[in-house]
Design a protein around this ligand. Structure first.
Ligand code: UD1
Ligand code: CA
Length: 449
């Protein structure tokens, strides 16, 4: 079955009280918009169209960051949800099969729920996703008769009797793409808000003798984010769920309530995660790896048997092969560490490759930035980098080589060589105590004057 997704993301989100468009506010480490896109992408849609409007370019960029194949269309001005869907019509004019409408500010709809809507299409021309919230508030209300949906009334337009209805509209719609666009084209704006309501397609479809049905889901899935308070609630809900899932999947979390996951965090079975670990986007951790407390990880891969932290920072492009050890106060960025590499303490490795079983001494820095450009450091296998080595990139250290501690390495080191790049030590007998006596005398003299 061919499916097209239409994700509405043109609204301003006034109640966020923000310069940033609502759908770009981060939720679980990624723009809010990515959540709805991820749920929709699980259906393997052939086309995804994001309707942008407010800050259209920034929203389009975020959509393309999620998936380069996404198409975007600008809705200007924003005249309502039906008008928003209509903007996708030219793009999807020749798209056969189903269309599903999602909202960029409704992040938690599950793929299984969307599947249930597609299944309900066997008996209904249009399927709407409904739910029964604890507080129906200002949601649109579903007017039903048996399994038939007759009408959706927006809160602003509803009578007292209609407002008493508890079954509400989530906004998610599923219909054959061609039918959806022909219905949307006929929606008018004679209502309290003067907007083109997507919800009006229900009555229009019924008037045409088409069957309109509905599927329901728990309120947690349809949580719409309109305020910062709701954003914070959504973050908490996401983290609670992600922690439970990690535990369920066989990950040990010693203090689950202190660990924060991103939308796409992937952790294998029997991995161990200590307290206060933060996962930014795009982190994968293989089975049996251990992340100790207070680590900050983002855009990195940690292989089986590796140990990281406490207090380590892995930034985008950090790739740790099997049995790598990264210790405290170590930062790794855009660097590949081959099997068995040890980087124990106080080190920065950026734009680098480190060969198998190499040991990086405490306080080592790859000096990758010259103030204008970035340069690479290549370190071979079984190398011993002495403590406090500055590797001034671009530079290469050959296999089985060593650097003396305190060296500033500016030239390539051949394989098996020892590189010494520091001043030779000179000892002056007795000079330390003579110096101290002289300084004490100077201080005493000053005190008198
Ligand atoms: C909408 C529904 C309401 C439902 C509620 C669920 C309509 C008319 N009403 O109301 O029945 O209970 O969602 O949360 O559909 N958008 C655009 N272009 C526009 C207008 C909106 O892209 O011109 C986007 C918004 O960015 C947002 C979504 O559509 O992502 C919903 O719009 P919003 O104004 O929040 O609709 P509600 O009034 O909440
Ligand atoms: Ca809304």
């Amino acid at each position: 079955m061919q499916v097209s997704l239409i994700v509405l993301a043109a609204g301003m989100g006034t109640r966020m009280n923000s310069d940033l468009p609502k759908v770009l506010h981060p939720l679980a480490g990624v723009p809010m918009l990515h959540h709805a896109l991820a749920a929709g992408r699980a259906l393997e849609p052939s086309r995804i169209v994001v309707v942008t409007g407010h800050e259209a370019q920034a929203v389009a960029r975020a959509a393309l960051d999620f998936d380069e194949s996404i198409e975007t269309v600008v809705q200007d001005p924003q005249l309502g949800t039906a008008h928003a869907v209509a903007q996708a019509a030219p793009i999807l004019a020749d798209a056969p099969g189903e269309a599903i409408v999602l909202y960029g500010d409704t992040p938690f709809v599950r793929p299984e729920t969307l599947e249930a809507m597609l299944a309900a299409r066997a008996t209904h021309a249009v399927v709407i996703l409904g739910f029964e919230p604890r507080d129906p508030g200002r949601y649109g209300r579903l007017i039903v008769e048996g399994d038939q949906l007759l009408k959706i009334v927006e809160y602003k337009d509803a009578s007292e009797a209609e407002r008493a209805i508890r079954l509400c509209n989530s906004g998610v719609v599923c219909a054959e793409a061609a039918a959806l666009f022909s219905l949307v084209a006929r929606v008018g704006n004679q209502n309290a808000a003067g907007e083109y309501y997507l919800t009006d397609i229900v009555e229009l479809a019924c008037a045409q003798g088409l069957s309109v049905g509905y599927v329901t889901c728990p309120e947690a899935e349809t949580l719409g984010i309109n305020t910062r308070a709701q954003l914070a609630e959504a973050e908490a809900a996401f983290q609670t769920q992600a922690r439970a899932e990690a535990l369920e999947n066989g990950v040990t979390l010693t203090a689950p309530e202190t660990v924060f996951f991103a939308l796409d965090t992937w952790i294998g079975r029997d991995a161990v995660v200590g307290p206060n670990v933060i996962f930014g986007p795009a982190v994968t951790v293989e089975s049996g790896a251990e992340i100790k407390g207070f680590c900050h990880l983002e855009g990195c891969h940690i292989s089986r048997g590796a140990t990281v932290g406490p207090f380590a920072r892995l930034r985008p492009g950090a790739e740790l092969a099997e049995d790598v050890h990264v210790g405290n106060f170590v930062e790794i960025k855009n660097a590949v560490l081959d099997e068995g590499v040890k980087v124990g303490h106080l080190t920065y490795l950026g734009d680098a490759h480190v060969g198998e079983f190499t040991n990086i001494g405490a306080g080592t820095v790859t000096c990758n930035y010259d103030g204008v450009m970035k340069h690479r450091t290549e370190i071979g296998r079984n190398v011993f980098i002495g403590s406090d080595t500055m590797l001034v990139a671009p530079v290469t250290v050959g296999d089985r080589a060593m650097t003396a501690s305190g060296s500033v390495i500016t030239e390539d080191v051949p394989a098996e060589a020892l590189a010494l790049a520091r001043a030779r030590q000179v000892n002056k007998p007795g000079l330390a105590t003579r110096l101290i006596e002289r300084l004490k005398a100077i201080k005493a003299g000053k005190g008198k004057s």
